[in-house]
Design a protein around this ligand. Structure first.
Ligand code: ZN
Ligand code: ZN
Length: 420
């Protein structure tokens, strides 16, 4: 098969692909509630007679082509965000485009029979709930044992869906105007920390010495956390911004409880985990210094995205079939986060960026300006990458120490509560 063959198949479906684009953009549903999105996806898979599994992590779908050999996973998000106006939802992160990219690739790979002809497998994971929002709803699902994690990909990882995967491909819209694609970019990782300082209340005028002021512990800790930033170089991207979210007491009562919360963000996993330990030390020792008790709660978010250089090398070649170097951005350091970071911790992973949207991310005015780039050109690049991996065994990239990394991941992503 010529490399052009999948591209010409894609071209034949141009109008259909654009119509899916409109359908999925209109079908904007929040994480773990993407029921209509899921139904539209499975209706097409039924029509094309592609086997799939549905209701994974509530609304997720996994469609598979090929039965053995090198195993590629293509991952696409499904969820939208609530409108700022408060009425309805909007696809203001462009996840509907990813759904359409996955469907376009599925259709072409099914028609050409490329996976079977090359003895490879490709699984398309339509993953729910990438946006890290709506905690009350998601925590309730966790309490009912319907989920283990707050994000779609994390649930799928925990359930073992990626255990036999060799590499992970994905794509996300970027906000660029003057370029078409970005590669080898990073996303930051984050954790939420909550430190509860517990003291003893007393009359603040008559007998402050009988109390232990919890607020003093929180204030001391806030200073320690500010000094902590000096322990990390700028490229580590450590960000923390503690907020006093709760304090008891009135002006004449010594507060016996104060709560300090912060997100910790970093560009790499080692920094994130080290900063988390050092932040715990700040809370613990500031509390001890003032004879207070301290309870620390850690809620893991997402891990930083670190992309696979060999996969991006092949991706780059494929991008340059459709544009010149001036249309390509490389090594962008982004302050955003995504659960694709967790997959990149475990497996060789890429997330290419494509331009063609208008307006800001996570804003009601988000629209798709350039469907040609978002759907057609991006799908051709991704199909070209799949073609290379399937037809040239020497280019294939494999996981390293997956079992060890997975047990580490399970450990890192557990919610923790420590009482000092
Ligand atoms: Zn988003
Ligand atoms: Zn997104």
């Amino acid at each position: 098969m010529e490399k052009e063959t999948p591209f010409s198949h894609l071209e034949q479906h141009r109008e259909e692909i654009f119509s899916w684009g409109q359908l999925f953009f209109r079908t904007a549903e929040l994480g773990f509630q993407e029921y209509s999105t899921s139904a539209h996806i499975t209706a097409l898979l039924d029509q094309w007679q592609i086997p799939y599994e549905k209701n994974i992590a509530m609304t997720g779908v996994c469609a598979r082509l090929g039965t053995e050999g090198y195993h590629i996973a293509f991952v696409s998000d499904m969820d939208a965000l609530p409108r700022q106006s408060g009425i309805g939802n909007v696809h203001s992160c462009g996840h509907s485009i990813q759904t359409v990219l996955a469907l376009s690739m599925l259709k072409v790979l099914k028609e050409t029979g490329l996976p079977e002809k090359t003895g490879c497998r490709i699984s398309f994971f339509f993953t729910p709930a990438e946006e890290f929002i709506d905690f009350a709803f998601r925590d309730e699902l966790i309490a009912q044992s319907k989920l283990q994690y707050r994000s779609g990909k994390q649930n799928m990882i925990a359930q073992g869906y990626f255990d036999d995967v060799d590499c992970v491909l994905s794509a996300h819209a970027n906000g660029e105007k003057d370029t078409l694609f970005d590669i080898q970019s990073t996303l930051t990782g984050f954790q939420a920390k909550k430190a509860v300082f517990l003291g003893k209340s007393a009359h603040s005028g008559a007998a402050p010495h009988l109390g232990r002021n919890a607020l003093h512990g929180a204030v001391l800790c806030q200073n320690a956390l500010a000094f902590l930033k000096e322990h990390f170089p700028p490229e580590a991207g450590l960000r923390l911004h503690p907020v006093l979210t709760e304090s008891s007491g009135t002006v004449n009562i010594i507060p016996d409880r104060a709560v300090l919360e912060t997100y910790l963000r970093a560009n790499d996993t080692d920094t994130l985990l080290r900063a988390a330990d050092e932040a715990d030390n700040c809370a613990r020792h500031c509390a001890a210094a003032l004879s207070l008790e301290c309870r620390i709660e850690t809620t893991p978010g997402y891990l930083p995205l670190r992309q696979s250089p060999p996969l991006n090398h092949i991706l780059r070649e494929n991008i340059l079939l459709h544009c010149d170097e001036s249309a390509l951005l490389e090594n962008v350091v982004s302050g955003a986060s995504g659960d694709i970071g967790d997959l990149s911790f475990l497996l060789p992973t890429i997330q290419m960026g494509f331009s063609g949207i208008e307006g800001q991310f996570h804003h009601d005015a988000f629209t798709i300006r350039d469907p040609e780039n978002c759907y057609l050109r991006t799908a051709k690049v991704l199909l070209g990458l799949c073609f290379d991996l399937m037809t040239h065994p020497k280019l294939r990239v494999f996981p390293e120490n997956f079992a060890e990394k997975k047990s580490r991941w399970l450990q890192i992503t557990q919610k923790q509560a420590n009482h000092e």
